[in-house]
Design a protein around this ligand. Structure first.
Ligand code: NAD
Ligand code: DAU
Length: 354
């Protein structure tokens, strides 16, 4: 099978490529990525020769209709897994337009190229278009309950609004043209290769470097955390066994308040660096809240568990420790992704916070 993966130089996309290259030795993968600030080919370093030769990289933008059309004509993809997106909520508040461009227009252009490729090939039944989306499209929960696949969309940020729009286009293409498309809506991921603007890697690195730890608002917001490899396994299960037209919610069942999570990270890093217990908690600073900050996310993943037999294989505590170790051991990678445009952007928009 020849699979187009968009955004494969980013956090989840690179973990997915690594996972699939190993788990499906007969598959060939084409990674289409524009290499924005969030994309880094170093995320794919160190692949064994037998895997590297089954991976083609194409530097390009999902908005580029001509490029997409020539890729579909040349590669005759059997499936598309669409990760490419602007993914950071804070950036979407500071500059929403690129979120509309990439997440909405880019998804539309990809759908259109996929539809034309699929129709041109005689509408093969086995073709799949898997759209990787987020639980943020459902908005914010109160203290009880969890998002199901039928929870109405109620996005709060320009990021989640753009992802919601892209989900609607994917479903519309399935209903209108019969394109065999599926959507997954996943909770917060963590693990290796996550850009250190997101809560967990940002906190690990700031703790290690003795920098302030910016906690938004009162720190009582809740996120449902999933180790990235568990997400990748869920995506592969949906790609291979999911029913076209269906949506699958994916979550870790590991809800944590932000402040409790930051405390835990302080303790893990302090222990690893042999600092006195509790020392780094003193770095916590409560800062102005994120506008439109969703209070709580929780995913009901009963459907994917029941219908596809998926469940997370990693416990939160074990995978979080493993993640802490990874960031502390990969300082060269950290320096690389923090350099250039990212560093300038952080300084301009966050000042001392970064
Ligand atoms: P990321 O920001 O780490 O990576 C995004 C990748 O897309 C980068 O490699 C970037 O270069 C590429 N890209 C951006 N714009 C592009 C364009 N116009 N054309 C081609 N490539 C482009 O994101 P991530 O955290 O790995 O998220 C991947 C996907 O998963 C996103 O669609 C996101 O909405 C979704 N998602 C993320 C999470 C999470 O916790 N990170 C959870 C649920 C869903
Ligand atoms: O729920 C899935 C989503 O998870 C994905 O769709 C997004 O792509 C991904 O970025 C993530 O969004 P969040 O906004 O939940 O993640 P972030 O790491 O930015 O923030 C997690 C929580 O921590 C959130 O409540 C805001 C808070 N926070 C974040 C940062 C960066 C802080 O308190 N301080 C910070 O410095």
């Amino acid at each position: 099978m020849n699979v187009l993966v968009t955004g494969g130089a980013g956090f989840i996309g690179s973990n997915f490529l690594r996972h699939v290259l190993e788990a499906r030795p007969s598959w060939r993968l084409v990674n289409l990525d524009a290499l924005t600030y969030a994309g880094n080919l170093r995320n794919l370093d160190g692949l064994p020769e037998t895997e590297r030769e089954r991976l083609r990289f194409v530097k390009g933008d999902v908005r580029d209709a001509a490029l997409l059309s020539s890729l579909f004509a040349a590669e005759r993809f059997g499936a598309v897994v669409h990760f490419a997106a602007e993914s950071h909520v804070d950036r979407s508040i500071l500059g929403p337009e690129v979120f509309v461009e990439t997440n909405v227009l880019g998804t539309f252009r990809l759908l259109e190229a996929a539809r034309q490729g699929w129709e041109g090939a005689g509408r093969p039944e086995g073709f799949r278009f898997l759209h990787v989306s987020t639980d943020e499209v459902y908005g914010s929960l109160g203290p009880e309950g969890a998002f199901t696949e039928s929870t109405p969309y109620d996005p709060s940020s320009p990021y989640s609004a753009s992802k919601a729009a892209s989900d609607h286009f994917v479903r519309a293409y399935e209903r209108t043209y019969g394109l065999p498309a599926l959507v997954t809506n996943c909770s917060n991921n963590y693990g290796p290769f996550q850009f250190p603007e997101k809560l967990i890697p940002l906190m690990i690195l700031n703790i290690a470097e003795g920098k302030p730890l910016p906690v938004y608002g009162d720190g009582q917001n809740v996120r449902d955390w999933l180790f990235v490899l568990d997400h990748c396994e869920a995506l592969l299960a949906v790609l291979e066994a999911g029913v076209p037209g269906q949506t699958y919610n994916v979550g870790g069942g590991a809800e944590r308040e932000n402040l409790a999570l930051v405390h835990l990270l302080c303790d893990l890093v302090d222990a690893r660096l042999q600092r006195p217990a509790g020392e780094s908690r003193g770095l916590i600073r409560f800062v102005a809240d994120r506008p439109g900050h969703d209070r709580r996310y929780a995913i009901d993943s009963a459907k994917i568990r029941r219908e596809l037999g998926w469940q997370p294989r990693h416990t939160f505590e074990q995978a979080l420790s493993r993640t802490v170790e990874w960031y502390l051991e990969h300082r060269e990678w950290v320096e690389e992704v923090r350099s250039g445009r990212y560093r300038e952007w952080m300084e301009r928009n966050y000042g001392a916070r970064g």
